[in-house]
Design a protein around this ligand. Structure first.
Ligand code: VG1
Ligand code: CO
Length: 542
């Protein structure tokens, strides 16, 4: 029943910030997915007879690769596979299932916020037994293996029916098709005061959630409408579609513009939120008030003790390096640890496992906690709702009070998408060459205090991750960060992160881009962005 199939390696299966992401036609090349999955298994030890969790965000090609992964897991010696009904599991739900059932690991099929469809993006990611993305040691091993692989193993069996919940045994291996929502919803009920949120909604507090035709639809329907009592229709675009309705399932001000406009309108609901393709990101908008992800992290951390799951306080906060320093001020006030990691959730795993950090976040709309080992979009939405229910104030009141207490970190990210790869690499290399001579120089009145290429020393396993972004810090606490995306699938994406701290309350009402105008101009000058990329303006501003 088990076939060993000869194959030829590909040289481009290098996992990025979050797994291997490529266009669907690339994944459809002969044995492309099989090679990568076998390379994962070849890089792991000790899984014989153990459980593997498999699920994806439902995008185009999801079902095909789920079948391949099941058959290959069976052939490679796993004892059991748990797969979400219809091949669906949001990224945070997959993380929870791995942890709850003490699985050996999991395979998550997703390209997250990237578009889906026959010519769009697909992705495969491996998560370890703690429920989190595999650390670099493992992803490096997978890549090395993928370059020399000569054969893969697959069970020669019929496709598994993914649409009926229940277990079946094939060749000694159990395949359990599970409800993708149930375990996750139960976990949320443990962490948050659903009764308080339900009362708030009963009093007429209006919530709108845009699932962006992606994986969170069924989760949000069950939790926000069924369990919290929001009126039917509060969850929009709740049917997961293989092409996300032709949109980018990216919850930012560009792709969730309709929600944004509704929240800024005259008769706006009280609370608006959205999530991404695989359910790990969140967008939070109050009536007339957009909350930046960096501020959201800080505010959630400062108020987390209002939710039952965090009532005993936080051990520490972790954020990715490009994320604003707003959370740092909260950690300082609470007298707890603050950790600065490279971009990507895999770097938070050790801090969470060791109990050093409780809440983590990234500027890219990712927030989460030690309840799973991935960022979690709905979790952030529910923590916000729990805080709103307890405080009885509006989102904008809470944000303004936070700025008054801690100061405001004006923050923006400028993305230059689809840039020529060589030009982008040259831009970063040129910045690297300038690092030594930048300190002490003055640009538009801003003096460079220090500049470096961020390297992370993991305090738990002592591994070192270098070249994680060029940081230019100015006197007074402003900074500009340059890095290249590790999740894109065509050309390069240059990300420029801009931040300025403003302690003066009377200056907290400025427009963000105006407040950052000097720094934006300095970033252009030092980075030579337009000259090197040929772009006079970013493609996306968040
Ligand atoms: C981006 C974000 C990063 C996030 C990653 C995965 O990576 O910047 O913060 O962890 O996506 O998120 P990059 O390398 O493109 O900047 V997801 O929701 O795509 O799994
Ligand atoms: Co995502």
């Amino acid at each position: 029943m088990i076939k060993t199939v000869p194959t030829t390696p590909y040289q481009d299966q290098k996992p990025g910030t979050s797994g291997l992401r490529k266009k669907v036609p690339e994944f459809q090349q002969q044995n492309y997915a099989e090679n990568f999955i076998q390379s994962i298994f070849d890089s792991l030890e000790g899984f014989s007879g153990k459980t593997l969790v498999i699920g994806g965000d439902g995008r185009y090609y999801n079902r095909e690769v789920i079948q391949i992964a099941i058959k290959m897991a069976l052939a490679n010696g796993f004892g059991k596979v748990m797969v979400g009904k219809g091949g669906i599991l949001s990224t945070p739900a997959a993380s929870h299932v791995i942890r709850k059932y003490k699985a050996f690991g999991g395979i998550i099929l997703s390209a997250s916020h990237n578009p889906g469809g026959p010519t769009e993006d697909f992705g495969i990611k491996y998560n370890i037994g703690n429920g989190g993305p595999a650390p670099e040691k493992i992803t490096d091993a997978i890549f090395a293996r993928s370059k020399v692989i000569t054969e893969y193993k697959i069970a020669d069996i019929a496709d598994i029916n993914l649409d009926r919940i229940g277990s079946q045994t094939v060749d000694g291996m159990t395949i359990a098709v599970i409800d993708p929502v149930e375990d996750y919803a139960a976990l949320m009920e443990q962490l948050f005061d659903f009764g308080a949120i339900r009362s708030l909604i009963n009093l007429g507090f209006r919530v709108v959630f845009d699932a962006m035709s992606a994986v969170t639809g069924p989760y949000a329907k069950e939790i926000i409408e069924n369990r919290l009592g929001a009126p039917v229709g509060s969850v929009k675009n709740f049917m997961p579609l293989p092409d996300f309705g032709g949109h980018h399932p990216d919850p930012n001000l560009v792709h969730a513009k309709e929600l944004y406009d509704e929240m800024m309108g005259d008769d706006a609901p009280d609370f608006g939120a959205a999530s991404d393709g695989d359910g790990d990101r969140n967008l939070i908008i109050g009536k007339g008030m957009y909350v930046t992800p960096s501020d959201s992290l800080a505010i959630l951390a400062a108020n987390a003790n209002l939710a039952p799951g965090y009532s005993s306080g936080l051990a520490g906060i972790a954020r990715s390096m490009p994320t604003s320093g707003a959370a740092d001020r909260v950690a300082e006030k609470l007298g707890i640890g603050m950790y600065e990691t490279p971009t990507g959730w895999k770097f938070f795993g050790n801090l969470l496992d060791e109990g050093l950090a409780t809440i983590c976040g990234e500027e890219s709309a990712g927030t989460g906690s030690n309840h799973v080992r991935e960022k979690d979009g709905l979790w952030a939405v529910l923590l916000w709702l729990n805080i709103l229910a307890v405080r009885g104030e509006s989102v904008s009141d809470i944000v303004n009070q936070h700025w008054a207490a801690y100061g405001r970190n004006y923050y923006s990210r400028h993305d230059y998408e689809g840039v020529d790869t060589d030009a982008a690499n040259d831009l970063i290399a040129a910045l690297r060459d300038k690092l030594a001579t930048l300190p002490g120089t003055t640009h538009r009145g801003l003096t460079v205090q220090s500049a470096d290429d961020f390297a992370y020393h993991d305090p738990v396993d002592h591994s070192i991750s270098s070249h994680q972004g060029i940081r230019i810090l100015f006197e007074g606490g402003s900074r500009v960060v340059f890095r290249l995306s590790g999740t894109g699938t065509s050309g390069a994406t240059l990300r420029v992160y801009i931040e300025r701290y403003e302690p003066d309350t009377t200056r907290h009402g400025l427009d963000t881009q105006e407040a950052l105008a000097d720094l934006i101009a300095v970033a252009e000058e030092i980075g030579e962005i337009s000259g090197r990329t040929g772009r006079s303006a970013p493609s996306v501003i968040t």
